[in-house]
Unconditional design. Structure first.
Lengths: 323, 565
C-alpha cells in the first residue's frame, strides 16, 4: 500500500510539473503582459522598467523556476482585470462551485444507483422501461437546454424556485455556504438537477449493466442456492461487485463537474469558478486562466489518486498480499 | 424412511422463442437415498444440470417445471415456485458448483460468506457463527482454519476454495447436497482429495448426494448409483458396478467406449459413425502431398530441440523501469522431439507446461536456454520456424475471432505465407482444409458462433494446418470438450499425423488422453521435468514417485465399484 501510494504521488508530481509548464507557457505566448498592464501612453523606458519589475528580462528557465516557486507558495499573481490576487478570487468562488458539485454528485449517486439496480433486477418491468427511455433523454440533451427548460417551467411559469444566483449565503469566515438558508437551498435545486442529470443517467446505465453481469455470476447463483434473502443478494453481494467501475467513473466525473460546471454556472448566473473562468477568458485575464488550469489539473490528479486508493480498499485482490 | 431426494417423471421446458418449447428434461426419474451418492452423467446439453437446478428450485424464468414431481425428504416441491413447504434452500439442501474460482464472492472474506448463511438460517450471532465456521473449515480439512477465516477467496488455492464451498453447503447440516461438476476445474490430486471428502461425508453424516458430472472416472470412484442422460432423457440407471461393467443402452456403451483408458493403449477411439468418409481422406492425402513438396525431414534429424529453457514471470516494480520479484515458471527444461512423433507434456496446473508451449510457439521470450527448430533458433524473425510451428489452443470459444468468416480465417495464413498465388487458390485450399478436418466446405461462409465446441476445435486444427506446419503445439486441445467429441478430435489428430507425417507436441493434464495419444511423455512438476520416457514404459512402470502418485490419483472407469461398495 505504501509502495502504491508513493508511486502514485511521484506520477502526480510529474503530471503537475507538466501542467505548470503549460500554464507558464500561456503567460509567454498569449498576449503581452507588459502591454496589458502598462498605461497606453507609457514610454518605452517605463515599459522596460515594468518588464524588469515583473522579472520578464530574465532567461526563460529562471522565469519558469520563479513561477513554480510562487505557485508552490500559493501565489498565482494579480488578476489583470480587477487587480486583486488570483488566490483570493478563487477562494471566494470555490465554495459556490464545490457546494453545487457536491449537491449534484449526491443527487446522481443517490438516484442513479438505486435506479440502476432496479433496472437490472426487473429488466422487463414497466418502471425499468420508463426509466430507460427517460435516461436516453437525459444523456442526449445538452446541459444548457435542460437548464433553460427547467428555468422556464419552475422559475418563470410556476414561480416556485429562483432562476439565478445563490440566494442568501452565510459567511463562516473561511467558507461561504448556501446550505444553511432556505433561499440558498432553494437556489441550489435547479442548477444541481441540471448539472446532475447527465451523471445520473451515466451512473444508472453503468450500474445496470454491471449489475446484470454480477447477477449472472456463479457466486450469485451460489448465494441463491444457499437460500439467502433476495435483498441481501441484490444490495450487498451483487451491488458491491457492480460498484467497482462506478467508483472510477464517479471519481473522474466529479472532476469534470467542477471543471465544466461552466455551462450550468453561466445559465444560472451561479457565482462560482466557472463563471470566473468565462469572465477571465473574455478579458484575456491570463493569471486567472492559468490558475484555473492548474487548479483543474491538480483536481484531476487528486481524484485519480483517490480513486486508485479507494479501489484497493474495496477490492481485496488489489491489496498486496501480506505473506 | 423417505429418500433424501426423489424425482419422478420430471419434465422441464424452455420456450424456444418461436412459440414452441424446448424440452430440456424429459421424463427423468431417480432416487437418492440417505448416505448415498447418486451420479447423474451425460454430455453437455444432456439436461443433467437442469435436473440439479430443478431440485434446488433454481430453474430460471422463462424455464418451468412442466410435469412430474420432486420430493425432498418426502415433501413435494411446488412446481410453480420451486419451493417445498418447510424445506429451506441452503439449510436443508446444500449446493456445490463446478468452478470454485468463481463461486465465491471475491469481495467478501471466507468468514463473511460462511457466516451469513449460518446467521440467516440458524439465527446465530456473530460469535457463534464464527465458532461454527471454524468447526466446518476443520471438518473439510482446511489447514490453519483460524487464519483462513479472515482470508479473501483469491488468497486460497482452487482446492481450498472448493473445500470452503463444500463447508458452505454443509453449514446448516442439510439432508441433501447437490454437487454440479464439483471437481471438473481441479487438478487430479485435488480432485482425489475432494472426492474422498464427499464420500466420507455421505458415509459419516448420511447426507444424500446428487453428483452431476461428465467424468466416468469420478462416477466409478465414489458413486453408488448412476443415471446416464442423453438429450433430456434418462437412458440407463442402476448401480455403478452393473452399469459400468455391462452397459445395456447403445448410448451408454458409446459413451463408455469414448472414455480414454489409462490401463492400455488403443489404436483408435471407438466412435460410431465416424471417419469423415472419402472426401476427408482425399483432402488429407492432398495435404500430405503438399507437405512432401516442401522436402522431407530425415527421421534421424531432431525436429525440435529445447535446451535448458528458463522462463520467468516478473511482477512489475512500483516505479517504471524497476524489476519486481521473479517467478520461475520453467526452470531448466530440456527435451527433443523427433519428426513424426507425438510428444506429450503432462503435469498439474502451474507446473509450467503451457509456458513451455508459449515459448516454443514464440509467444513468450525465454530468459535463458534455447529452442532450436531443425538446428536454428525459433525466435529469429522471419525464420522458417515461424510458419513451421503452429498452435492449437485449449478453448475453442475464445481462440477463434468471432467477427471473421471461417474461410477468411483459413485463407489468412495461406496468403500471409504466400502459399497460394491468388485469392481463388487460397479459397480452394481453405475448402480442402475443411474437408480434411471433416467439415463441409460450406462452413467457410459462416461465422464461428454457428459451430459447436467440437466443430470449432476442428476449425482451429484446420487453421493450424493452413500454414503447412511441421510441428503443431496442442495446448490442452480437448479439455473443454465432451468425451465423445474429444474422441473424434483425438482420432483426427492421429489421422493427420499418420497421413502427413506431422509432429505434435501434445500438452495435457489428462493422463489417460496422453496415454492414448503420445509416443514419448515428459512429466513436469514445479517448472522441471521429473520423468521423460516412452509412453508405454512410463505408464506401466513409472519410476519417479510423483508420476506414480499422479497415476494413482486418476479416477478410472475400469476400476468401478468403490472399495467395499
Amino acid at each position: 500500500m505504501a509502495g502504491l501510494l508513493l508511486s502514485r504521488l511521484l506520477q502526480a508530481a510529474l503530471v503537475m510539473i507538466a501542467v505548470t509548464a503549460v500554464a507558464f507557457a500561456m503567460f509567454r505566448f498569449v498576449g503581452d503582459p507588459v502591454r496589458a498592464m502598462a498605461r497606453e501612453d507609457s514610454t518605452p523606458q517605463e515599459r522596460a522598467e515594468l518588464a524588469q519589475a515583473l522579472g520578464l528580462d530574465q532567461p526563460v528557465p529562471v522565469q519558469y523556476a520563479r513561477f513554480v516557486g510562487r505557485v508552490a507558495r500559493g501565489d498565482f499573481g494579480i488578476s489583470y482585470r480587477n487587480q486583486r490576487p488570483v488566490t483570493t478570487l478563487i477562494a471566494e468562488r470555490l465554495p459556490a462551485t464545490l457546494e453545487l458539485v457536491f449537491a449534484a454528485t449526491l443527487l446522481a449517486l443517490g438516484l442513479g444507483i438505486p435506479l440502476g439496480v432496479m433496472c437490472a433486477i426487473r429488466p422487463d418491468g414497466a418502471a425499468a422501461r420508463l426509466v430507460q427511455s427517460i435516461s436516453l433523454i437525459g444523456i442526449s440533451t445538452p446541459t444548457f437546454v435542460t437548464g433553460i427548460a427547467l428555468i422556464l417551467f419552475f422559475a418563470v411559469t410556476l414561480r416556485w424556485l429562483p432562476s439565478f444566483g445563490r440566494g442568501d449565503i452565510v459567511d463562516l469566515g473561511f467558507w461561504t455556504t448556501g446550505y444553511l438558508t432556505g433561499s440558498g437551498l432553494r437556489s441550489l435545486v435547479l442548477p444541481s438537477i441540471t448539472l446532475a442529470l447527465y451523471q445520473l443517467t451515466l451512473i444508472m446505465r453503468l450500474v445496470r449493466s454491471e449489475m446484470i453481469d454480477a447477477l449472472s455470476s456463479d457466486y450469485i447463483r451460489f448465494a441463491r442456492a444457499r437460500g439467502l434473502p433476495k435483498s441481501r443478494i441484490h444490495y450487498v453481494l451483487a451491488l458491491r461487485n457492480a460498484l467497482m467501475p462506478v467508483i472510477t467513473v464517479t471519481g473522474l466525473q466529479i472532476g469534470s463537474l467542477v471543471a465544466f460546471a461552466i455551462v450550468t454556472e453561466t445559465v444560472f448566473q451561479w457565482p462560482g469558478m466557472g463563471l470566473l473562468f468565462i469572465q477571465a477568458v473574455s478579458f484575456v485575464d491570463i493569471p486567472v486562466m492559468a490558475a484555473y488550469l492548474m487548479f483543474v489539473g491538480a483536481l484531476f490528479v487528486v481524484l485519480n489518486t483517490a480513486v486508485d486508493l479507494v479501489y484497493a480498499i474495496v477490492d481485496p485482490r488489489l491489496r498486496k498480499a501480506k505473506g | 424412511m423417505s429418500a433424501a431426494l426423489s424425482i419422478e417423471n420430471l419434465r422441464v421446458e424452455y420456450p424456444d422463442g418461436a412459440g414452441g418449447v424446448f424440452v430440456a428434461v424429459d421424463g427423468v426419474s431417480l432416487d437418492v437415498a440417505k448416505g448415498e451418492i447418486h451420479a447423474l452423467v451425460g454430455e453437455s446439453g444432456a439436461g443433467k444440470t437442469t435436473v440439479g437446478n430443478a431440485a434446488m428450485g433454481l430453474i430460471d424464468k422463462p424455464g418451468r417445471i412442466a410435469g412430474g414431481t420432486i420430493r425432498i425428504g418426502g415433501i413435494a416441491v411446488d412446481p410453480a415456485t420451486g419451493e417445498a413447504p418447510g424445506v429451506v434452500r441452503g439449510r436443508d439442501i446444500g449446493a456445490v458448483f463446478q468452478d470454485p474460482m468463481t463461486s465465491l464472492n471475491p469481495l467478501f472474506t471466507i468468514e463473511a460468506q460462511i457466516g451469513e448463511t449460518l446467521r440467516h438460517h440458524l439465527g446465530l450471532d456473530a460469535r457463534a457463527a464464527r465458532e461454527r465456521a471454524l468447526e466446518l473449515l476443520r471438518s473439510v480439512g482446511i489447514p490453519e482454519p483460524e487464519r483462513r477465516l479472515s482470508a479473501y477467496p483469491h488468497q486460497l488455492s482452487g482446492g481450498q476454495r472448493q473445500r470452503v464451498v463444500i463447508a458452505c453447503a454443509l453449514s446448516c447440516a442439510p439432508k441433501l447436497v447437490i454437487a454440479d461438476e464439483p471437481t471438473t476445474a481441479l487438478d487430479v490430486s485435488i480432485q482425489a482429495q475432494i472426492l474422498k471428502l464427499l464420500r466420507d461425508l455421505a458415509d459419516r453424516t448420511g447426507i444424500g448426494l446428487l453428483l452431476v458430472t461428465h467424468n466416468m472416472g469420478v462416477v466409478a470412484e465414489i458413486a453408488d448409483r448412476v443415471t446416464i442422460m442423453h438429450r433430456g432423457k434418462a437412458v440407463e440407471s442402476g448401480t455403478v458396478r452393473d452399469v459400468l461393467a455391462a452397459p445395456q443402452h447403445p448410448y451408454s456403451r458409446a459413451l463408455l467406449g469414448a472414455v480414454p483408458r489409462l490401463d492400455r493403449k488403443l489404436a483408435r477411439f471407438e466412435v460410431p459413425g465416424e471417419g469423415g468418409g472419402d472426401t476427408a481422406q482425399a483432402a488429407r492425402t492432398k495435404i500430405a502431398a503438399q507437405a512432401r513438396d516442401e522436402g522431407q525431414v530425415k527421421v534421424s534429424e531432431k525436429l525440435l530441440e529445447v535446451r535448458d529453457l528458463v522462463v520467468e514471470y516478473r511482477a512489475r516494480g512500483w516505479l517504471p523501469g524497476m524489476k519486481g520479484t521473479a517467478f520461475r515458471a520453467v526452470d531448466g527444461v530440456s527435451f527433443d522431439v523427433a519428426p513424426g512423433e507425438i510428444f506429450g507434456l503432462v503435469g498439474e496446473s502451474g507446473c509450467g507446461k503451457t509456458t513451455v508451449a508459449g515459448a516454443i510457439a514464440g509467444l513468450l521470450k525465454p530468459d535463458a536456454g534455447e529452442i532450436l527448430y531443425r538446428g536454428a533458433p525459433v525466435a529469429a524473425k522471419g525464420g522458417a520456424s515461424r510458419r513451421a510451428i503452429q498452435m492449437i489452443f485449449q478453448d475453442p470459444y475464445s481462440s477463434l475471432n468471432a467477427r471473421l468468416r471461417i474461410g477468411t480465417m483459413l485463407a489468412e495464413p495461406i496468403l500471409f505465407y504466400r502459399l497460394a498465388a491468388t485469392q481463388a487458390e487460397a479459397t480452394e485450399d481453405a475448402a480442402m482444409l475443411l474437408n480434411a478436418v471433416g467439415l463441409p466446405p460450406e462452413a467457410a461462409q459462416r461465422f464461428p458462433h454457428a459451430f459447436s465446441g467440437g466443430q470449432r476445435q476442428r476449425i482451429s486444427i484446420a487453421r493450424a494446418l493452413a500454414a503447412r506446419p511441421r510441428l503443431i503445439v496442442c495446448d490442452e486441445p480437448t479439455s473443454s470438450l465432451d468425451v465423445s467429441v474429444q474422441a473424434q478430435i483425438l482420432n483426427l489428430l492421429k489421422d493427420l499425423r499418420d497421413a502427413n507425417g506431422l509432429t505434435l507436441l501434445f500438452i495435457s493434464h489428462d493422463l489417460a488422453v496422453v496415454r492414448q495419444m503420445c509416443d514419448r511423455v515428459a512429466v513436469m512438476r514445479g517448472g522441471k521435468i521429473v520423468e521423460l520416457r516412452a509412453a508405454d514404459a512410463l505408464f506401466e512402470t513409472p519410476e519417479h514417485a510423483y508420476t506414480r502418485e499422479l497415476l494413482n490419483l486418476v479416477p478410472r472407469p475400469e476400476r468401478h465399484g468403490r472399495n467395499g461398495g
